[in-house]
Design a protein around this ligand. Structure first.
Ligand code: B12
Length: 190
């Protein structure tokens, strides 16, 4: 199995893998993204699925205020990253979207009411194990166990372009304001 890439983003690190869409996932994806049913063969051929995983500071199967705070942090990191990547791909004329980890519904495509199962998807794409936790099926990362926050992007952009966009990360890890303040200004006196 090919290793996951790692994107360093402003407030965290995200493991990812750019994958052609297997049949078993397209069977679900076409009900999440209805427009794919118009020309299934070409939609399936061009669709890429990009599973991402973030290491959580706590085991996400636990409950409590610190778990909720951690899930909020992981959510924000993914949302900022996915929004930036998908907007860039869309601006380049390609379809792209990402799944809201809270609801399981797409963020950028309208009129969707079918939930995409992150856990089923990653079981197929990454061959990670899963376990049942009450009414929720949970993904087990090979190193982090259930301390993993899975979330997925989809696109029909060419894989070379997607890889190029992802390779642009790592971004600077210092906060943006620190970079701006450390730049010498034209008016600075030596
Ligand atoms: C809704 C939801 C809940 C709901 C209920 C879940 C339910 N089953 O009804 C509630 C609020 C109860 C819940 C609770 C928890 N959840 Co929850 N939940 C989700 C969410 C958003 C959707 C899950 C879901 O509904 N799946 C089932 C739906 C999609 O499928 P279905 O119609 O039942 O079945 C279809 C699929 O299985 C499909 N299918 C069959 N085979 C295949 C094959 C493939 C390849 C595909 C793609 C699909 C597929 O076919 C079926 C029929 O159509 C997911 C995120 C996500 N998008 O997956 C998080 C998620 C699974 N939850 C998560 C967590 C952590 C929890 C909790 C364990 C803990 C917590 N602190 O929140 C608790 C459990 C507490 C407990 N003990 O019960 C995490 C798991 C993290 C991990 N490591 O995997 C997730 C991934 C969110 C996240 N990004 O962090 N959850």
């Amino acid at each position: 199995m090919a290793a996951m890439g790692v994107a360093k983003v402003a407030r965290g690190e995200v493991e990812y893998k750019v994958c052609p869409c297997p049949k078993s996932i397209f069977r679900e994806a076409k009900f999440v993204f209805h427009f794919m049913q118009k020309d299934e063969a070409s939609a399936e051929a061009s669709l890429l699925v990009i599973p991402t995983c973030q290491k959580a500071l706590h085991d996400l199967v636990k409950v409590g205020p610190e778990i909720e705070d951690e899930k909020d942090r992981l959510l924000e990191v993914f949302m900022d990253f996915a929004q930036a990547v998908c907007t860039e791909l869309r601006d380049g004329g390609h379809w792209a979207d990402y799944i809201d980890p809270c609801s399981g519904l797409p963020m950028m495509t309208e009129d969707c009411n079918k939930v995409y199962s992150e856990v089923d998807g990653m079981e197929v794409l990454l061959q990670y194990k899963t376990m049942n936790c009450g009414c929720c099926k949970v993904l087990l990362h090979p190193e982090w166990g259930s301390g993993v926050y899975p979330a997925t992007m989809f696109t029909s952009a060419p894989s070379a372009l997607v890889t190029e966009v992802f390779n642009r990360y790592p971004l600077p890890t210092r906060p943006y304001y620190a970079i701006v303040l450390s730049r010498p200004t034209e008016t600075a006196v030596p």
